[in-house]
Design a protein around this ligand. Structure first.
Ligand code: ADP
Length: 181
């Protein structure tokens, strides 16, 4: 685990591991537009959190027809050690024209929603870098950039965890965060 303290006493942590084991007010899910669950981190969150999460996702889907790319919605965290799960939908990497902006929106919208829920700690997976094939270094740059600009302008969130399931992402985040001092 690597930790740095930056602006406004906010702690940024890079953790190698499984997000379903993390303790934070909010656990972020890299969902898909259907909100009906999938593989990767999405499957792991639904499996560990239990059926209450999917039940709320179905309600949201019935109400608003799923979640567009770049947007975020929240549900209960079920049996996870968190108050809420925020489900955000990352872009599928294609040629990179729109994808960086859309991934940035995922982080911005998730952080804004977390703030409106009065939460102080949040754990992010490496959105879009699995099945959606977003290049990992670029995705990390966007994630860290959005988080830094959010904490420079908003008070309230005290701890942000980047939870890296694979060693490659862990190294990328640890290196990039070392440059933040
Ligand atoms: P996407 O479709 O957004 O690419 P994936 O779930 O395929 O979503 O992958 C996103 C990231 O989540 C990948 O870096 C993958 O290694 C990681 N991941 C998979 N399972 C877990 C987990 N249990 N905890 C944290 N991260 C995970």
């Amino acid at each position: 685990m690597k930790e740095i303290i930056i602006h406004n006493q906010v702690s940024l942590k890079v953790i190698r591991g499984d997000i379903t084991k993390c303790k934070a007010d909010i656990i972020v899910n890299a969902a898909n537009t259907s909100l009906l669950g999938g593989g990767g981190v999405d499957g792991a969150i639904h499996k560990a959190g239990g059926p209450a999460i999917l039940a709320e996702c179905v309600q949201i889907r019935n109400r608003q027809g799923g979640c567009p790319v770049g947007e975020a919605v929240y549900t209960t965290a079920g049996q996870l050690q968190a108050d809420y799960v925020i489900h955000t939908v990352g872009p599928v990497w294609n040629r990179g024209q729109q994808e960086p902006e859309l991934l940035g929106r995922c982080y911005r919208n998730t952080l804004a929603l977390a703030r409106s829920l009065n939460c102080t700690s949040i754990a992010f997976p490496n959105i879009s870098t699995g099945i959606y094939r977003f290049p990992k270094p670029k995705a990390a740059e966007i994630a860290i950039g959005e988080v830094l600009s959010f904490i420079r302008t908003h008070m309230g969130i005290a701890e942000i965890q980047f939870v890296c399931f694979d060693e490659e992402n862990y190294r990328i985040y640890a290196d990039k965060l070392s440059d933040c001092h």
